[in-house]
Ligand binder design. Structure first.
Ligand SMILES: Cc1ncc(COP(=O)(O)O)c(C=O)c1O
Length: 444
């Protein structure tokens, strides 16, 4: 069969893909109930409380707080810990930019470390070299839904007296040593953006086991106000926005609350999350089994002591093992073209390490250098930072140049039936059986 990229027939019709998020009648009813009740917002509104409680319960956490995005959930986590001007937070070079931006928005400084080739997660062996007297926290990412090395990273945090904040934006219900991610450190942020395994359109959840942090996080989320809690005698469900006292701001906060429609929609989706997570896992393992048979094709690696939720499905290509005489980027791009022509959804997601973004190259920050330059910073602080942002991050670079992401934000793995997943295996087999011709595709 001629490859579709070279004029053959596509293996399957793209339109068979399941789209995400899936909206059921129960989801619609849940949102309608909110609209009928007429309470649409509030720091302690009922749909948000019900969603937070259920999310926390499922993740083995004591508390959760709804925010308007995963980014604001991470900001709330950073802010609750009092991290700000002149403080550094260690983050991985491979992630979505929000990981670093959440730190910057709180006035602190992200410092990057490279990742592990197998999982793309923060490399624990690189962390200690990045610690300085200004370091306050480590914020690893459970990238693509595979938990990072929480044991070793947690031990480093403890040894150096640092906070651990999990960026769990992509990792709802993923487990490390049998326990769901989110409570291994002082706080965590999850995302509810449309493509995520748990979606509310947009939104996020901050999670913690520490009640004092919860209080502070709630303030960061609400203009830093001295709020009245829903379990207080003064809270009135009929007048959820009208407190018994005028509120004052105790410090700097912002407005990062979610609304009641997103909470109801998220909670309704949450009821299906365990079942859908299992489906994503079955799909992921099924595809991995088929791809592993192909020379030079490596499906996502999952270390023994954890479960992944396959939020994204990154596949490594090794041209040498495959016997294809192309550079890693050429092989990646030609394979993307060939698979897309067969009907597959394939994306890059990220193309370069985060520190190579112009945001970090020029150290302009908010305009005049803050937060990279701050009150009391010295030329040696700036030099150290510049060196960190201009370093090469070879593992991240190699990972991004030698791999592709199967499925897309609109049509992720979790939304597909087993037959579609099998067609991806067939498409890969078809392209790989004629892989010498990837050279023509690369050149033409
Ligand atoms: C790793 C990571 N961190 C943070 C975020 C931010 O989440 P949101 O888009 O909900 O703000 C995302 C989402 O795209 C992400 O993938």
């Amino acid at each position: 069969m001629t490859l579709a990229a070279l004029g053959g027939a596509p293996l399957f019709d793209k339109n068979r893909h399941g789209k995400w998020p899936q909206v059921t009648d129960a989801d619609k009813r849940a949102v309608m109930e909110v609209l009928d009740r007429g309470i649409l917002s509030g720091s302690d509104a009922p749909a948000a409380r019900a969603f937070q409680d259920e999310f926390a319960r499922l993740h083995g956490a004591k508390f959760a707080l709804l925010t308007h995005s995963g980014t604001s959930a991470l900001q709330v986590a950073v802010g609750a810990l009092g991290i700000g001007e002149g403080d550094e937070v260690i983050v991985p070079a491979y992630s979505f930019v929000a990981t670093a931006l959440a730190v910057i928005q709180q006035g602190a400084i992200p410092v990057f470390v490279d990742v592990l080739p197998e999982t793309g997660n923060m490399d624990p062996s690189k962390i200690e070299a990045a610690i300085s007297p200004r370091t306050k926290a480590i914020m690893p990412v459970h990238v693509h839904g595979c938990p990072c090395d929480l044991g070793p990273i947690g031990a480093i945090a403890e040894k150096h007296g640092l906070f651990l904040i999990e960026d769990a934006a992509q990792a709802h219900l993923a487990t490390y040593e049998g326990k769901p991610v989110g409570t291994f450190g002082q706080g965590a942020g999850f995302s509810l953006q449309s493509s995520k395994n748990l979606s509310a359109g947009e939104g996020g959840l901050y999670v913690t086991n520490d009640e004092a942090l919860l209080e502070r996080a709630n303030q960061v989320r609400n203009f830093a106000q001295n709020l009245v809690r829903a379990d207080s005698a003064h809270y009135n469900l009929d007048r959820p926005l009208d407190g018994h006292k005028a509120l004052v701001s105790l410090g700097i906060g912002s407005m990062y609350r979610g609304n009641e429609m997103m909470a109801a929609f998220g909670k309704s989706q949450l009821a299906r999350l365990p079942e859908l997570t299992k489906k994503a896992q079955d799909n992921g393992h099924r595809l991995a089994k088929a791809l592993r048979e192909l020379p030079g094709v490596m499906p996502p690696a999952i270390p023994d002591n954890r479960t992944t939720v396959f939020h994204k499905y990154r596949v490594w290509l090794d041209g040498q093992a495959a016997g294809v005489d192309l550079s890693p980027e050429q092989l990646r791009d030609a394979t993307i073209k060939a698979l897309r022509a067969e009907g597959c959804e394939v994306v890059m997601w990220q193309a370069e390490p985060l520190p190579s973004f112009p945001l970090f190259g020029e150290l302009k920050g908010f305009g005049k250098g803050f937060p990279f330059a701050f009150h009391g910073s010295s030329p040696s602080d700036t030099e150290r930072l510049r060196a960190n942002y201009h370093a090469s991050y070879p593992v991240t670079r190699k990972l991004l140049h030698s791999s592709l992401v199967l499925f897309s934000q609109t049509c992720p793995l979790i939304a597909q039936d087993a037959a579609t997943v099998d067609l991806y295996a067939d498409a890969f087999r078809k392209v790989w059986s004629d892989r010498k011709r990837l050279v023509e595709i690369a050149k033409g």
